[in-house]
Design a protein around this ligand. Structure first.
Ligand code: HEC
Length: 137
């Protein structure tokens, strides 16, 4: 009886630890994504994603509010759309709009000296998406 109890408690503890560590990982990713956002996107989309940030001059297409992406997509975060749009793989409403094509430009403010290979960029984009998902209204 004692042994079986120990096994059950041990299994529960291992399960809890697995859950906790994945939560911590997600939080770190969101924080990393926030940093990427602050450096690459906030000047246009606003410090918290509400749109029309400091770099918006009032001409051309207004950088949209990114906290309303889910709301504008029937309540679910359009992760693939955002990924492809940010990469520059989708047509923009205005082909001349200021929105960069990040697959071409790379994350120039995160890596001013270059040096980010494809895998690093992919991880950064994944974190950025997690961050954007976390700020949906
Ligand atoms: C230089 C200004 C600028 C920067 C920097 C910028 N954006 Fe944009 N973004 C825009 C503009 C302008 C649009 C509107 C484009 C259009 O529809 O023609 C846009 C559109 C978008 C859209 C489409 C939203 C929708 O509802 O259709 C997403 C998603 C987006 N940006 C995400 C990002 C992310 C993430 C970053 C940072 C990695 C970023 N943008 C950096 C200006 C910018």
């Amino acid at each position: 009886m004692q042994a079986r109890f120990t096994v059950i408690v041990g299994t529960c503890a291992a399960f809890l630890m697995a859950c906790t560590s994945s939560t911590v990982e997600t939080r770190n990713s969101v924080q990393r994504g926030q940093l990427v956002y602050a450096k690459e996107c906030s000047q246009c989309h606003g410090p918290a994603g509400q749109g029309a940030g400091a770099a918006y001059s009032g001409t051309g297409v207004t950088p949209p509010n990114l906290t309303g992406l889910s709301q504008r997509n029937d309540g679910s975060f359009p992760k693939e759309f955002v990924r492809r749009f940010v990469m520059g793989l989708l047509e923009k409403d205005d082909p001349n709009s200021a929105m960069p094509e990040f697959a071409k430009t790379g994350l120039r403010h995160v890596y001013p000296n270059g040096g980010a290979d494809g895998e690093v960029l992919e991880a950064d984009f994944e974190d950025l998406l997690l961050y954007l998902e976390s700020v949906q209204s």
